[in-house]
Write a protein that binds this ligand. Structure first.
Ligand code: 5GP
Ligand code: MN
Length: 335
């Protein structure tokens, strides 16, 4: 993988560009992709954002989101665009398997692939150019770096700013995590100068759910949360039937894994959900417990030091038992 700076000199030559991100994109994946889209459009590129799967309704306010193609739902639209692409930007993931059913397609594509990502252990050989920096708060911050680094600060408009703000704000836990550095705050100040309404963005992202989602949170916190005080760990395990009963949609479980971390002394929280097609795991930690390594070792996953995910092909019950065994094995690191 060559340095991202090597494409700066080529940015002024219009190309057919596709931008993609990880499956079930969150606000950073969608925000960085659309921020980059609005930037490249201004430079004269023909740009399309293709998501590997569908995305949460609470992302649909983002400028440009209406034009995003869902690869899983509309392959007949996505495939011809991918076949024509000269550049494929890969944002907010670093292993092709994170694009689910799109991974095979990407592997076969011969165009130049450009990585912009902040997760650990990138699959470097899959990309022609790129930047991988785990020190960055968000992929949205890295898109901002690209815009400034390539000498195009004047292109930052209110659409770009809204998208990038949503990404950096959510990936820093509303500017709470250590990655919310002084330069992140300086970037936000520059974005804010375009005049976007940050209050509105917070409302769009956090006050935009349906009643069933809040009732579901109440139900699972009451009935499905187990605390393992001896290991300073907590688990919420949710069977498929509860997702059906509460009519839970893509994005509705976002944020749930953080609740057990609000309990005094809890250093690690897990959310294990039977999504019918697979059992999906989310891990969050505070301080020096590395959930990236934990997810990699036990649950075919990865991510960041304090936020990671994975999956299991066992049943929910077997996965829960494996999790309990895993926290026992890691008990000393959790003290
Ligand atoms: P979440 O728990 O919100 O799904 O994911 C937490 C973090 O871990 C995100 O940055 C996400 O991109 C990453 N992540 C989630 N699932 C996986 C996975 O299966 N593999 C890898 N490598 N990263 C993941
Ligand atoms: Mn991210």
């Amino acid at each position: 993988m060559r340095a991202i700076e090597d494409i700066y000199g080529q940015l002024n030559k219009p190309r057919k560009v596709v931008i993609t991100m990880h499956q079930k994109p969150d606000a950073d994946a969608m925000g960085s992709a659309l921020g980059l889209y609005h930037f490249l459009q201004q430079l004269g590129h023909t740009c399309t954002v293709i998501s590997p799967t569908n995305w949460a309704d609470w992302l649909k306010w983002m400028p440009g989101c209406n034009g995003v193609i869902d690869f899983e739902y509309s392959p007949e639209k996505a495939n011809p665009v991918l076949d024509q692409a000269e550049w494929l930007f890969c944002l907010d993931f670093n292993v092709l398997s994170r694009t689910r059913f799109m991974a095979n397609k990407i592997r076969k594509m011969t165009c130049e692939k450009i990585l912009i990502d902040h997760h650990q252990q990138p699959e470097r050989e899959s990309f022609t150019y790129g930047v991988s920096d785990t020190g960055k708060s968000s992929t949205s911050e890295m898109v901002y770096d690209l815009i400034l680094g390539s000498g195009h600060a004047d292109k930052i408009n209110v659409d770009i700013a809204s998208c990038l703000y949503a990404g950096v704000m959510t990936d820093t836990g509303s500017f709470r995590f250590p990655a919310a550095s002084a330069s992140v705050h300086r970037m936000v100040a520059t974005l804010k100068d375009t005049g976007f309404n940050h209050t509105r963005i917070h409302e769009n992202l956090f006050d935009n759910f349906l009643e069933n989602r809040l009732r579901f949170f109440g139900y699972v916190l009451q009935n499905k949360m187990e605390i393992y005080y001896e290991h300073n760990a907590a688990l919420i395990a949710i069977p498929w039937k509860d997702l059906v009963r509460f009519e839970i949609k893509t994005g509705d479980t976002e944020g749930l894994v953080n609740y057990p971390l609000t309990i005094q002394g809890i250093k690690m929280a897990a959310l294990i959900i039977d999504r019918d097609e697979e059992v999906k795991c989310s891990f969050r930690s505070k301080g020096d417990f590395d959930v990236n390594t934990f997810a990699r070792r036990y649950f075919e996953g990865g991510g960041h030091f304090n936020a990671a995910g994975g999956r299991s092909s066992d049943t929910l019950e077997q996965t829960v038992q494996r999790f309990i065994q895993a926290i026992k094995e890691n008990s000393s690191q959790l003290q």
